[in-house]
Design a protein around this ligand. Structure first.
Ligand code: UD1
Length: 422
């Protein structure tokens, strides 16, 4: 087990280059299965979730070659239709291997992904949409056995714009006869990136990012190269780190449009934000203002993946903020830890009321999920004295060597082994 030791009250400033988006590269790596060819994926971030996806792909027979920040995936030699249970458990998002495996092989067996740290995360929307396309799914003893002799395009109305379900259906429908229309799909930039990748390989998909996605069944694919979009959540986290430490930062390789709700809330909190075609600059105010109301929503609303970081900013803002989490039911686990650092927060169901205090004080805290863990690091960067964030394996799922990246812009933070205190 490892932990971060942070010496707080250092202003973050300078330039920060964003890496490829975790939530874009994971479905794209899964989508390489659909093509049965070689794909070069550029700007592939070095994250533990990405390593897990490589392990799964290798386990089912794919060849993976890494080259600096690119990866070449050859999915032609797939020879297994079972995703090992231990790997499914490592990474919940492996659920979107269903769509591509069905499209390519007509069958797949995987274990039921179950809940995770931030909520129950059922997959009923994935299953009912895939069944509509013609997939037979047998659920027993925690396993899902999916088979399809033939997929037939149809109209699929999603009850909720689930990101993973939209991606699963897009990938499965590439192998369906005729046209599939997804109504009420997720509109996240990562969905648009998946469309761009699949179309680069020969698929015919249009409408990603809008109210309706149209997929025409594809017969032939070819090799392709694709550059993953920059990580808007990594970007938001770094801007929040600069804001909470009273610093100023320039994000490079950014797409400001993907971050517009986060930028709007940072402006409301008193930050000066300048945007260019591929950069964002943030200058923090002397004292942050409370943002009265913040509610997480599907894109283009405020991202649930930025809720923990923003809530942390509000702990030292002037005034009281009300933050409502509408996407996941257990996404306030960092609150208890922030309170050990002097934050004043009351949680009632899906709403947190945050009363700004003058400053946070360093403490030993435990990371319980990816973004909640990152938000404890932000708290430690601002706090007086020393903060230890334990259980940082969660943070490594979504940030590549977070401590080194932060040190480059002025933080004092190091990684070390956690001593057994029993
Ligand atoms: C993706 C992101 C995650 C982000 C989330 C919401 C990846 C790898 N992960 O997760 O970082 O926080 O989108 O923006 O891209 N739901 C159901 N039934 C389903 C599917 C979802 O009830 O079949 C519920 C979930 O439990 C959750 C909500 O819908 O409460 C949103 O889930 P979804 O949009 O599917 O998120 P993920 O794809 O899991």
């Amino acid at each position: 087990m490892e932990q971060f030791r942070i010496c707080g009250e250092k202003k973050l400033s300078g330039e920060y280059e964003l890496t490829g988006a975790k939530n874009a590269v994971l479905p794209i790596l899964a989508a390489t299965i659909v093509t049965g060819h070689e794909s070069k994926i550029k700007s592939c971030p070095n994250l533990s979730d990405v390593q897990n996806m490589f392990t799964i792909l290798k386990e089912i027979g794919c060849k993976i070659t890494k080259e600096e920040d690119s990866v070449i995936v050859n999915t032609e030699p797939i020879n297994s239709y079972t995703i090992p249970e231990r790997l499914m458990r490592e990474m919940r998002s492996s659920v979107f291997l269903m769509g591509p495996m069905i499209a390519r092989c007509g069958k797949v067996t995987l274990s039921y992904p179950g809940g995770c740290e931030i909520g129950l995360r059922p997959i009923d929307i994935h299953l009912s949409a895939l069944r509509k396309l013609g997939v037979t799914i047998k659920e027993s003893h925690g396993f899902l056995e999916c088979t399809a002799d033939k997929l037939v395009g149809c109209k699929i109305h999603l009850d909720f714009p689930s990101v993973g379900a939209t991606e699963n259906v897009m990938m499965a429908a590439t192998a369906a006869e005729g046209e599939t229309r997804i109504i009420n799909p997720a509109k996240e930039p990562e969905i648009v990136d998946l469309q761009r990748y699949l179309n680069a390989c020969g698929a015919e998909i249009e409408g990603a990012g809008t109210e309706e996605i149209l997929i025409r069944g594809t017969k032939s694919y070819h090799q392709a190269e694709h550059t993953v979009i920059p990580d808007r959540i990594e970007g938001g986290t770094i801007l929040a780190a600069a804001a909470i430490t009273g610093g100023d930062i320039v994000l490079r390789n950014a797409i400001p449009e993907h971050m517009s709700m986060t930028l709007s809330k940072l402006r409301e909190a008193g930050c000066i934000i300048r945007e260019g075609k591929d950069f964002v600059e943030l200058i923090a105010p002397e004292k942050l203002n409370a943002v009265e109301m913040l509610k997480t929503q599907p894109y283009p609303g405020f991202p649930t993946d930025m809720q923990s970081q923003f809530l942390t900013l509000m702990t030292i803002a002037k005034g009281t903020s009300i933050i409502t989490e509408t996407i996941f039911e257990s996404r306030f686990k960092h609150v208890e830890e922030l309170m050990k650092m002097g934050a004043k927060i009351k949680v009632d169901g899906r709403t947190a009321v945050v009363k700004g205090v003058n400053r946070l004080t360093g403490a030993r805290v435990v990371s319980k999920d990816l973004r909640g863990g990152a938000s404890l690091v932000l708290a430690g960067l601002a706090a007086e004295g020393e903060t230890i964030v334990e259980n940082i394996c969660h943070i490594d799922r979504g940030y590549d060597k977070f401590e080194l990246a932060l040190c480059k812009i002025g933080a004092e933070i190091k990684r070390e082994a956690t001593q057994d205190r029993t």
